[in-house]
Design a protein around this ligand. Structure first.
Ligand code: SF4
Ligand code: SF4
Length: 376
């Protein structure tokens, strides 16, 4: 037991409900059939247990966490326990009154996501008119109430060329940091990958622009943080998945399923529910959380590789999605016998696919997918 780390970071996915329809959403494709949500009491109980086990950071996410009517109560409870709390939101459903109320309840930090810096592109991707306008207004209010604010732009082929405008918008809104993260290809983003993965050339230009802004900000002595997350599809080594499976991250899905990472639900592994087992049993003893701890599960080439302590063989979900077996080496690695699937994806990024050809994340499409693939 003692060799296992502590679940320092708890991600509470309060709901899969969301008023927006981002085609890169990382929620499960079959979310429409997962209707059950933990009650206020059950969530508070999860927070109590996680805090007692050493968890320090708590992210409220979703779906859109603002659709939960008990968010004030959950924030207040987490604050009372001593968590550092972060609301991860699209901003839709936020009001000045809520921003003020959450402040009184003890919320520490707010992250607002934008779909683009251009209102038309933003609203087309979000599937909602006026979403951009509302986000702008909310971002200003978040600063008015003196929260530290992170703005998050999910980057893909349709907005990567506006990266400079995104940085300028974030600076103008007084954000403390901006995260320009090329979408990770899980859930709906994987489904739409051919229309979302930027080309190598787009990525190169975006990195150059970001570096120019970094230099400018440095010259101005600005304390502003600029984070650019590149997709591993253009790398030859994978990222260390969640800093190691079951090492620091614990996600609880809306229905109470406990996961080592928010994308792991798709794996053919039985994960425990917080209604059925204590968090301690889940973290230390469950088959799901122990499955990929250590390295005994690793096949070659990872098993005898001198880099395995660095990247843990990459992402188990990516290995499963792209090779059909979660144990396989992440195909991003050039040593993987399946690396050709990554090279093919890079080539597909050259295809022209318009925004309106992307599959929107909504209940209608989710139900269609369930009926075609029969997800259980
Ligand atoms: S990515 Fe978009 S659709 Fe998915 S939960 Fe966030 S705002 Fe909603
Ligand atoms: S073979 Fe496995 S451990 Fe080695 S670099 Fe590739 S993914 Fe990492």
């Amino acid at each position: 037991m003692s060799a296992v780390g502590l679940p320092l970071w708890l991600l509470a996915e309060l709901t899969y409900r969301c008023p927006l329809q981002c085609p890169y959403c990382s929620n499960p494709l079959e979310y429409a059939q997962i209707k059950k949500e933990l009650s206020t009491e059950e969530w508070c109980n999860v927070f109590d247990q996680a805090r007692a086990m050493g968890a320090a950071q708590l992210g409220f996410s979703g779906g859109e966490p603002l659709v939960r009517q008990d968010l004030d109560t959950l924030i207040a409870h987490a604050h009372h326990l001593g968590f550092y709390t972060n609301l991860i939101t699209s901003g839709i459903g936020l009001t000045e009154e809520k921003i003020e109320r959450f402040k009184h309840a003890g919320l520490d930090h707010i992250q607002i996501s934008f779909q683009a810096s251009d209102p038309l592109v933003n609203d087309a991707l979000a599937g909602s008119k006026h979403a951009f306008e509302h986000k702008l207004e909310m971002a200003k209010l978040v600063k008015k109430y003196d929260y530290p604010m992170v703005l998050n732009f999910v980057i893909h082929r349709h907005n990567i060329e506006q990266i400079g405008q995104m940085i300028e918008l974030s600076v103008a809104l007084g954000a403390d940091s901006v995260e320009l993260a090329v979408c990770q290809f899980y859930g709906w983003a994987k489904l739409n990958r051919q229309g979302l993965l930027p080309t190598r050339e787009q990525l190169k230009v975006a990195e150059e622009v970001t570096n120019q802004y970094r230099q400018k900000l440095q010259q101005m002595n600005a304390s502003y943080k600029l984070i650019f997350v590149v997709p591993d599809y253009y790398e030859t080594r994978p990222k260390p998945c969640m800093n190691g499976w079951g090492k620091v991250f614990l996600t609880v899905a809306p229905d109470g399923m406990a996961l080592p990472c928010h994308a792991a639900r798709q794996l053919p592994i039985q994960f425990p529910y917080v209604q059925e087992q204590s968090l301690k049993q889940i973290w230390y003893e469950s088959v799901g959380f122990n499955h990929f701890r250590g390295d005994t599960w690793m096949p070659e080439p990872c098993q005898s590789c001198d880099e395995k302590e660095k990247d843990y063989g990459g992402c188990r979900c990516q290995a499963f999605m792209l090779t059909g077996k979660a144990e396989n080496t992440d195909p991003v690695c050039s040593k993987s016998p399946h690396h050709d699937v990554i090279l093919q994806a890079q080539q597909q990024a050259e295809n022209e696919i318009a925004i309106d050809q992307l599959v929107a994340r909504n209940s209608r499409n989710s139900k269609k997918i369930i009926s075609v693939v029969g997800v259980e």
